[in-house]
Design a protein around this ligand. Structure first.
Ligand SMILES: Nc1ncnc2c1ncn2[C@@H]1O[C@H](COP(=O)(O)OP(=O)(O)OP(=O)(O)O)[C@@H](O)[C@H]1O
Length: 311
């Protein structure tokens, strides 16, 4: 029976045929995906894959060369969208002459309707930073904390973070990740977080966008993407992949001595005497990063609705 009380999931980001061309080539090409609201999404890919380009498009800082990107139902950067987004770029620009208190005051004045002073201060206090300390005198990690405080204080519906934790020590990284998760859960904030630290994404993100060479390779719920793959280990002495794999999608297959390890997207049961397991998120990502030509996979919630409507 159809549940009529169930509202369709709203969309935080939707790309259709999205492309960005720089002087030397395409940074993003023919990207189509959807990110539903309320997800914590890892944005993963090798250096130069197009992650920062995608985030800066979503923040309204640059325009696509081709296709469209919709953010919270509007155009990136437009007046009704901009106040609902916080974007922390890799460079975390802050005014070095401002004190921390000045910086938070600026946040309050620029976002009078949404500002949450206590959310911003909680983060500053947890780092034992003095409000009268000058931003220019802080370490890189301390500046990251202040930049995150500014982003949290804005109480965004969509938080775009470009490698936010890269210059933090492990303890602070842990603490700030926990704070981020608490704030996101309390307000049902959608978070998109570009990161290279694969092991740390596992417990944090429930959605994944994998970009490689400017194209979307994987998109969707982490659980569904993991469940669609199987890791196989077993004895294999012939050259090339085993014949039993022919009807399945082989993402990656490696042989060390007589042992074969493969990541498959199986189409039914896999014949043969293999040890099988569901991959960890890190195993899934590493295999796809090593095999950029593997066919892309989008789960149903990550399929753009505009494309479906047009079909
Ligand atoms: N302003 C620019 N002018 C010319 N090319 C650019 C510009 N910005 C990015 N690019 C190119 O676009 C591609 C994607 O860059 P982008 O910074 O989006 O990648 P990334 O995935 O964020 O990489 P990283 O993990 O190293 O931060 C790269 O080839 C880069 O050289």
């Amino acid at each position: 029976m159809t549940d009529l009380t169930r509202r369709p999931e709203r969309t935080a980001l939707e790309a259709a045929g999205l492309g960005v061309k720089h002087r030397r080539g395409w940074a993003l090409r023919d990207c189509s995906f959807r990110l539903p609201v309320g997800r914590v999404c890892a944005l993963v890919g090798p250096n130069g894959a197009g992650k920062s380009t995608l985030l800066s498009l979503a923040a309204g800082l640059r325009r696509p060369t081709a296709g469209t990107l919709t953010v919270l139902g509007g155009r990136p950067g437009e007046k009704r969208v901009r106040p609902r987004i916080a974007y922390l770029s890799q460079h975390k620009p802050l005014y070095p002459r401002f004190t921390i208190a000045d910086t938070l005051r600026m946040g309050r004045e620029l976002n009078p309707e949404r500002w949450d002073q206590s959310a911003a201060e909680r983060l500053v206090h947890a780092g034992r930073l003095a409000p009268d300390a000058r931003v220019g005198d802080l370490s890189a990690g301390q500046r990251t904390r202040v930049a995150l405080a500014l982003a949290f204080g804005k109480t965004p519906e969509l938080l775009l973070l470009d490698e936010p934790m890269s210059d933090l020590d492990p303890l602070v990284r842990h603490e700030l990740t926990a704070a981020l998760m608490t704030e996101a859960a309390e307000r049902a904030t959608t978070v998109v977080m570009a990161s290279h630290v694969l092991a740390e994404l596992d417990c944090v993100c429930d959605y994944l966008l994998l970009v490689a060479d400017g194209r979307i390779r994987l998109a969707g719920e982490v659980e569904e993407l993991l469940a669609a793959h199987t890791l196989l280990i077993g004895r294999h002495e012939q050259p090339g992949p085993p014949r039993e794999f022919a009807r399945h999608t082989v993402v990656e297959s490696r042989t060390t001595g007589r042992q074969l390890t493969a990541l498959l997207r199986p189409d039914g049961p896999v014949a043969g005497a293999w040890q099988t397991a569901e991959p960890s998120l890190e195993e899934l990502l590493l295999a796809h990063l090593r095999a950029p030509d593997a066919p892309p996979l989008l789960t149903p919630s990550a399929e753009p609705r505009t494309a479906r409507a047009a079909a």
